[in-house]
Design a binder for this molecule. Structure first.
Ligand code: ADP
Ligand code: MG
Length: 239
């Protein structure tokens, strides 16, 4: 579903991604961990073409990411959820979810609304359709953000530390929605330090450091028998 070959990203002199190779299969859930500044967000942003790689090649569902023409195609296929929920504050929950499908996929109002209500039910927020974001808790806003991304019917979902900005008691409700998605077969790349989630849901864990993939393995292998000293050192700090 996602193929990343020798991807480099530089911001000016700063060499942030230094030759990333990664294949993610359909229905696979890949959890990406690593220290702050190691390039995790930049990698996700390249997969969504929010950033253009300086070198290398990425394809998503067979679509090569190059130039303007691929942007719309890939944005429709790849949903992204950020640490901050980025909901439109002046729109209701329902309007937030309906906006992109109506603008980009040309859905009619009634169709978009029906789909949005179904998604709200999926994330457990049917009763909040007409609320405004500021009336919701952080966990509820993040679930709306997930529903909004799903409204475009993406083939891949990228999550960049989706629970890092949440109070502890709200983390589970967001992780539960993500688990459901994974169990339904969504292809996912998730940057998170929620190791319980990684163990339970992740097919593979990827450890990044200084712009490189240092180690890849099953959650079991990475968490209990990491081969690389750098991986062990990182895990000893967060576990
Ligand atoms: P992580 O998500 O692993 O914490 P990031 O991918 O956000 O790491 O950042 C990796 C490095 O790239 C950091 O040094 C960061 O400051 C730098 N960086 C990220 N985005 C930009 C940008 N748009 N311009 C300049 N530097 C950036
Ligand atoms: Mg980041």
């Amino acid at each position: 579903m996602i193929s990343i070959k020798q991807v480099h990203k530089k911001f000016g002199q700063l060499h942030v991604l230094k030759g990333i190779d990664l294949e993610i299969s359909e229905r696979e859930v890949v959890v990406i961990i690593g220290p702050s500044g190691s390039g995790k967000s930049t990698l996700l942003r390249c997969i969504n073409y929010l950033e253009e790689p300086t070198d290398g090649q990425i394809t998503v569902d067979g679509i090569p990411l190059t130039g303007e023409s691929s942007i719309n195609a890939v944005r429709a296929e790849v949903g992204m959820v950020f640490q901050r929920f980025n909901l439109f504050p002046h729109m209701t929950v329902l309007q937030n979810i309906m906006l992109a499908p109506m603008k980009v996929r040309n859905l009619r109002q009634a169709e978009a609304e029906e789909a949005a209500l179904a998604l709200l039910q999926k994330v457990g927020l049917s009763d909040k359709a007409n609320a405004y974001p500021e009336q919701l808790s952080g966990g509820q806003q993040q679930r709306v953000a997930i529903a909004r991304a799903l409204a475009m019917k993406p083939k891949v979902m990228l999550f960049d530390e989706p629970t890092s900005a949440l109070d502890p008691e709200m983390i589970k409700e967001v992780l539960d929605v993500m688990k459901t998605l994974a169990n339904e077969g969504m292809t996912m790349a998730v940057v998170t330090h929620e190791m319980g989630f990684a163990r339970e849901v992740g097919d593979r864990v990827i450890f990044m450091d200084e712009g490189r993939i240092v180690e890849v393995g099953t959650p079991e292998q990475i968490f209990s028998a990491a081969r690389e000293e750098r991986t062990r050192a990182f895990l000893s700090k967060i576990l």
